[in-house]
Design a protein around this ligand. Structure first.
Ligand code: CP
Length: 317
């Protein structure tokens, strides 16, 4: 297995099957600190730099919380407009990263342009973790989701997945790449203008992902062991900031998971994931059903980032 020390986490396309299990093992080992709400000193000599060029609640703060749990330090920015990258200078990624690498030992970056964390990784002497790049990928989120399923169901192979939402989303790309390493057939349900692109389909076919597409969640929910939902009413992820302008549409029934639908059609032991934020695609009354696991997913978001930080910083070889 390749070493994780010093490694960039840019894409799940890079991940081998045994590497997923390695990350899950480390997450299992570190989880008790988060469960007990205790901090340790594993990364006491290390600093995380957060470079967020697009809004985030979970990804930035889960990385920061993970670093605090492991006794490390955190610095960075959550609003690129307050840096020289966002003012008159429009400072390049190269120039910015050639500074940031001296401010810490690992950088987590979110950017509205696909591929920018990869560009940063070309110049940085410290590991870059992709916290979401445009429509590109969101590897740490899907590692969190796979870990959640692994812990909740005790396995990944043999589980059937249903993914609902905008298939242009970075999470969906990382999910498709990740599932190529497991025996996990998946059905994608999305509006016609939000389907997986032909280029992306060609790519995942090369890796033998067993997938199909459907028009309505009702067609596929009955077979699913794991239901992963993302919004179809959402901002433009290629903008640094996309404010809501007046009222927005409601989610059509085809892409909505209601309590009634779960009761009537879902497997009794299926689990429902949503990385959040949500619109109305999962109404709040689903939260206290036996299917929902998104709060567990949120907790695991911290645990997974603890594992990744510990691995890339070389304390868990
Ligand atoms: N799920 C997720 O990436 O959330 P944030 O945009 O709040 O980081």
């Amino acid at each position: 297995m390749r070493s994780f020390t010093g490694r960039d986490i840019l894409s799940l396309k890079d991940f081998e099957r045994n590497e997923f299990f390695r990350v899950f093992d480390v997450a299992d080992r570190l989880k008790h600190f988060a469960e007990d709400r205790k901090n340790t000193d594993l990364l006491a000599e290390k600093t995380l730099v957060t470079a967020f060029y697009q809004p985030s609640t979970r990804t930035r703060l889960a990385h920061e919380a993970a670093m605090h749990r492991l006794g490390g330090h955190v610095t960075g920015f959550a609003d690129a407009k307050m840096t020289r990258a966002g003012d008159f200078y429009q400072e390049t990624i190269k120039d910015t990263v050639k500074m940031l690498e001296f401010y810490g030992d690992v950088i987590v970056m979110r950017h509205f342009q696909q591929g920018v964390p990869h560009e940063a990784a070309k110049w940085a002497s410290v590991p870059i973790i992709n916290g979401g790049d445009g429509w590109g990928e969101h590897p740490t989120q899907i590692l969190t989701d796979l870990y959640t399923v692994y812990r909740e169901k005790g396995r990944l192979d043999g589980l059937k997945w249903l993914a609902v939402g905008d298939m242009r989303m970075r999470t969906m790309h990382s999910l498709a790449h990740g599932l190529t390493q497991f025996d996990c057939p998946i059905t994608f349900v999305s509006p016609p203008d939000m389907r997986l692109t032909n280029d992306f389909k060609k790519e995942i076919k090369k890796y033998n992902l067993n997938y199909k597409e459907a028009e309505h969640v009702e067609e596929a929910i009955g077979d699913a062991d794991v239901i992963l939902v993302e919004p179809v009413i959402q901002p433009d992820y290629t903008k640094s900031r996309d404010e809501r302008d007046g009222d927005v549409d409601l989610t059509p029934a085809n892409y909505k998971i209601t309590r009634e639908l779960l009761s009537k059609k879902a497997k009794s032991d299926a689990i429902l994931l949503h990385s959040l934020p949500r619109m109305d695609e999962i109404p709040a009354d689903v939260d206290i059903t036996r299917w929902s696991r998104y709060w567990q997913e949120a907790f695991n978001g911290v645990v997974m980032r603890m594992a990744l930080l510990a691995l890339v910083l070389g304390t868990q070889e």
